[in-house]
Design a protein around this ligand. Structure first.
Ligand code: XUL
Ligand code: CO
Length: 435
């Protein structure tokens, strides 16, 4: 018996580019074959419980604006009702995956034993719903940033009891993710960072975080979890400085603690922007190291300067993101999760549906543009042209020689390079043909 929350909204259909129906897909045609693979299998969409069902519409200046039937979220009956309505949205959208934080799906109980009991109870309930609907779990994660116990960090907390609470919490969330057949487990270091160095032993905190992540990997193998462990870079917010600053910082952290073959990255568009990067930069850094895991696809408001987590709607940006993902071979266990929230004034159920429909559609459109660019080969040709000098035997052998040998060759051959155009405008015009 449907709850009636989405009353009047029909199962979303692909109607093609000419459709004027605001609640139809114009590009997301799940069975369409793109570069030899179904669109659904490329994009691997996941609806995020956190922003879509748990966020209440508050901001630093005002409280909740949404009035959902499952509020206040402090009771297991309403946690079940929230799950029912989440699966109604999944049914309407037909996306293959969803994801959660523990605190999204069960009420916070204030102590570990009760948190564990309610997490087990709700994930059993969700597991039954997954059986019926066929929706799968892209990832689970622990919210170790909202409750006041986490205010000084989780694994980086100066208090060892908080470290212990964090270890127990992550174990419980990994168990639940494993039970539900999750394809990844995510750790975002929400408060793994600091407000002031004056009270922070940075080296100790980083060592604790490195050891903690090693424990996560050890536990993954112990329980036979086959999914990928992912960390999520973000430079700041809520902490003034977060240790997982960006993709490059995370990669060197993982290498330092011997985790480079065990952990990959969950990259988020808004976090890239906060770090002063483009999303495709973060993707290119991760794929260069074979460490791209999954993406949180949203967009930041470029004027506001904070993580606004808006649903994506910028085709050129999305197209470039998928271009570099496809170039690296696409997702394996990862996918496209909407870590995105509707606006505070978007209080109706139809707003929530439209946000997901539009987000999925823009990603589909971006994917098609990315695939067309790859199939056309224009960018790849220009790149190979630009680096073609390195194909000469002289150039290639230079990397195996030394400064004095190279210096002698520069003198002997009178090497005096002529600058070459980077052709940026031509390449940007090229991309614009596809988006
Ligand atoms: C917070 C954020 C999180 C992570 C998972 O900025 O992006 O939702 O994706 O904790
Ligand atoms: Co995220």
């Amino acid at each position: 018996m449907p709850s009636g929350f989405f009353e009047g909204i029909e199962k979303v259909q692909f109607e093609g580019v000419d459709s004027k129906n605001p609640l139809a897909f114009r590009h997301y045609n799940r069975d369409e074959i793109i570069m030899g693979k179904r669109m659904e299998d490329h994009l691997r969409f996941a609806v995020a419980w956190w922003h879509s069902f748990a966020w209440e519409g508050g901001d630093p200046f005002g409280g909740p604006t949404f009035e959902r039937p499952w509020y206040p979220q402090d009771d297991m009956g309403r946690a079940r009702q929230k799950a029912d309505i989440a699966f109604e949205l999944f049914e309407l959208l037909g996306q293959p995956f969803f994801c959660w934080h523990d605190a999204d799906i069960r009420p916070e109980q204030g102590n570990f034993a009760d948190n564990l009991r309610t997490l087990e109870e709700i994930t059993d309930y969700i597991g039954e719903k997954m059986q019926v609907s066929g929706t799968k779990l892209l990832w689970g994660t622990a919210n170790m940033f909202s409750h006041r116990r986490w205010m000084s960090g989780a694994s980086t907390n100066p208090d060892p009891d908080v470290f212990a609470f964090a270890a127990a919490t992550v174990k419980s969330c990994m168990d639940a993710t494993h039970k539900l057949g999750g394809e990844n487990y995510v750790l975002w270091g929400g408060r793994e960072g600091y407000e002031t160095l004056l009270n922070t032993d940075l080296k100790t905190e980083l060592d604790h975080m490195g050891r903690f992540l090693n424990m996560v990997v050890e536990y993954k193998h112990k329980i036979g979890f086959k999914g990928t462990i992912l960390v999520e870079p973000k430079p700041q917010e809520p902490s003034k400085h977060q240790y997982d600053y960006d993709a490059a910082t995370c990669i060197s952290f993982l290498r330092k603690y011997g985790l480079e073959n065990e952990v990959k990255l969950n990259l988020e568009q808004g976090h890239a922007i906060l770090a002063g990067h483009s999303f495709e930069h973060e993707i290119a850094v991760a794929t260069a190291e074979g460490m791209l895991g999954s993406i949180d696809m949203n967009r930041n408001d470029y004027q506001s300067g904070w993580d606004t987590d808006q649903f994506p709607n910028n085709t050129p940006e999305v197209a470039l993101a998928y271009y570099y993902i496809l170039k690296a071979g696409g997702f394996t266990t990862g996918g496209t999760n909407f870590d995105a929230k509707i606006r505070r004034q978007s209080i109706d159920a139809v707003d929530l549906a439209a946000a997901h429909i539009g987000g999925m559609d823009i990603c589909a459109r971006g994917l098609k543009a990315a695939a067309a660019m790859i199939e056309d080969g224009g960018l790849e040709n220009a790149l190979s042209q630009r680096y073609s000098g390195w194909k000469s035997p002289h150039a290639a052998s230079m990397l195996g020689s030394s400064l004095d040998e190279i210096s002698a060759r520069v003198l002997n051959e009178g090497i005096n390079p002529e600058p070459q155009s980077g052709r940026q405008e031509i390449l940007e015009n090229y991309v614009n043909r596809f988006v």
